[in-house]
Design a binder for this molecule. Structure first.
Ligand SMILES: NC(=O)c1ccc[n+]([C@@H]2O[C@H](COP(=O)([O-])OP(=O)(O)OC[C@H]3O[C@@H](n4cnc5c(N)ncnc54)[C@H](OP(=O)(O)O)[C@@H]3O)[C@@H](O)[C@H]2O)c1
Length: 253
């Protein structure tokens, strides 16, 4: 059955896949982001975009590492979306969060914790999926953290997953009834972020030196100590980092 899905953050790394896969499945898909005139933080353009929607998938994000800025972003985005959904009669909000962030008060993860709290206390029936880091996070971070010939990445244990597989899960959840928190979704194998960054650089013919640094605070500790890895019983994606890397065309590296 075709339904009307609004994808907030539909131009982002995972959002692009959500939009593409939802359209391929025959749904009526409305991507929403600042580039198409809607702002979830300011709350502008939401009423028009949500008119007639059955479900909203929220995959918006901010690139900040500041807890204050992340909390401000995710609180405002979630509150504004939920209010607009309630006004428009939307009966299902699907959100994407991150494995292992429970109770974190530092860095970007602090905002994700608040997003989950606002969602759970909000007026719209919801589904929450937590996933591990995307394979795509490696080039995303290298783009921000490369300084001349050196890239500085956080010391991190991760079980990365293809954003496309996370999108598949989100579309499937959006097609169903609200389920609250569902099983976590992790990638098929564990790696160190710095090793992934080196493999990405070699595959792209880039001679950068990758240095890993322990980040301070609770977020940094979680990255190092395995807290962000999927627990036994989590659902697991199939595509390994190596397979994902092999699929990239040279221009995508
Ligand atoms: N990246 C990971 O490894 C990972 C892992 C697990 C979970 N997640 C979660 O997945 C979600 C998506 O992450 P991502 O990496 O795909 O994000 P991303 O690539 O940074 O994309 C963010 C999206 O949000 C939109 N956006 C940003 N500010 C906005 C605003 N004020 N109003 C409306 N739209 C706005 C952006 O479009 P415009 O710039 O045009 O507005 C873009 O479409 C996040 O909630 C993140 O926490 C990410």
């Amino acid at each position: 059955m075709s339904i009307r899905m609004v994808v907030a953050g539909g131009t982002g790394v995972v959002g692009r896949h959500v939009v593409e896969q939802a359209r391929a499945a025959g749904h009526d898909v409305v991507p929403l982001s600042r580039s198409s005139g809607q702002d979830v933080v300011a709350g502008t353009g939401l009423a028009e975009a949500l008119a007639g929607a059955d479900v909203v998938i929220d995959v918006t994000s901010t690139s900040t590492a500041s807890a204050k800025a992340s909390v401000a972003f995710f609180r405002a985005a979630t509150e504004n979306l939920l209010a607009a959904e309630q006004a428009a009669g939307v009966g299902h909000h699907v959100a994407l969060s991150i494995v292992g962030i429970d109770g974190e008060t530092s860095g970007y993860y602090a905002g994700k914790v608040v997003q989950e709290q606002v969602l759970a206390a909000g007026p719209v029936p919801w589904t929450l999926l937590r996933a591990t880091q995307f394979h795509e996070l490696v080039p995303q971070l290298l783009g921000r953290l490369t300084f001349g010939p050196v890239a500085v990445v956080p010391e991190m244990r991760t079980a990365p997953i293809a954003a496309a597989e996370v999108a598949t899960a989100l579309v499937r959840l959006a097609e169903g009834a609200p389920r609250g928190r569902v099983a976590d979704l992790g990638g098929p194998e564990e790696a160190r972020l710095a090793d992934l960054a080196r493999r990405w650089s070699v595959a792209g013919g880039q001679r950068r030196r990758v240095v890993q640094v322990p980040l301070p605070g609770g977020s940094g500790r979680r990255m190092r100590d395995g807290s962000l890895l999927p627990a036994p019983g989590a659902d697991r994606g199939r595509q390994t980092f190596a397979e994902w890397l092999a699929d990239r065309r040279p221009g995508q590296r």
